[in-house]
Design a protein around this ligand. Structure first.
Ligand code: ADP
Ligand code: ADP
Length: 231
């Protein structure tokens, strides 16, 4: 059963003559990790942002958990999708706990529940809650900020995670560790994940399936990692 279905999805940015994404058909089964890979500018980020409704498609449909995303309101979308970007995308003037609590707060959770959830998630991503909850992003290393970014996206326990090069700005050794941690966490939480990367090794290591984009946001290949590698 598919959690996300893209049907002939297209995006032409205003003022542009060629599509950033062209007639994209792709289905993401529940519980799988799908890696979007391809050269810079091939439409990976655009595709992710359309799933999240940060960008409106100019054609086609996106079905999320059975509903057309254009019919899903903001709160429902926040419950459904966690979003992780490069460098964590943390709010610099919020403490770590407040960063993790952003979505729960918007959803109206009470303060104690938000606090407990932040501690639980800090623990999950390998940061000691008592040490880190009251710190600010600038007091954390890049890798640690990225962990908080993952924790924040998981806060309201969304079934879907969209991750845009979450480990792209991290040194190779730390990145390797984060990838292992990510797979470990995925074994616990079992999300449906769409993960953008430009690193083939990362795609093969993490993906259940790999979507290879060509230029113009066309899907060139969509298969299991070993099939992609031998094609
Ligand atoms: P990728 O994530 O694969 O690097 P993007 O989705 O960011 O690719 O971009 C796809 C194409 O759309 C590129 O040609 C890019 O220049 C263009 N593009 C991205 N964002 C915008 C925008 N806001 N306005 C106009 N063109 C854009
Ligand atoms: P530093 O940047 O100070 O070297 P790291 O970022 O390398 O610290 O910390 C690595 C540890 O962080 C791993 O052992 C793991 O427990 C945890 N971790 C980091 N990022 C993530 C993530 N995105 N998902 C899950 N666990 C993570």
């Amino acid at each position: 059963e598919n959690m996300i279905v893209l049907e002939a999805v297209e995006k032409v940015y205003p003022g542009s003559t060629s599509p950033a994404v062209e007639r994209l058909d792709m289905s993401i089964p529940r519980g799988e990790i799908v890696m979007l890979i391809g050269p810079s500018g091939c439409g990976k980020t655009t595709t992710l942002k359309m799933m999240n409704r940060l960008i409106e498609p100019t054609g086609g449909r996106i079905i999320l958990d059975g509903d057309d995303v254009t019919d899903v309101n903001g709160d429902q979308l926040r419950r459904k999708i966690g979003y992780v970007i490069q460098q964590g995308g943390l709010f610099p003037h919020y403490s770590i706990a407040d960063n993790i609590g952003v979505v729960p707060k918007m959803l109206g959770w009470d303060k104690n529940r938000i606090k407990e959830r932040a501690d639980e998630l800090l623990h999950l991503v390998g940061l000691e809650p008592s040490t880190y909850r009251d710190r600010y992003p600038r007091q954390l290393s890049g890798g640690q900020q990225q962990r908080v970014g993952v924790a924040r996206a998981l806060a309201a326990d969304p079934p879907v995670m969209l991750m845009d090069e979450p480990f792209g700005a991290i040194d190779p050794i730390t990145r390797d560790r984060l990838q292992d941690e990510f797979l470990e966490i995925q074994r616990t939480v079992g999300k449906t994940i769409c993960f953008v990367t430009h690193d083939l090794q990362e795609a093969v290591k993490l993906g259940d399936r790999i979507a290879v984009f060509g230029t113009g946001g066309r899907l060139a290949q969509y298969d299991a990692p070993d099939t992609v590698l031998t094609a």
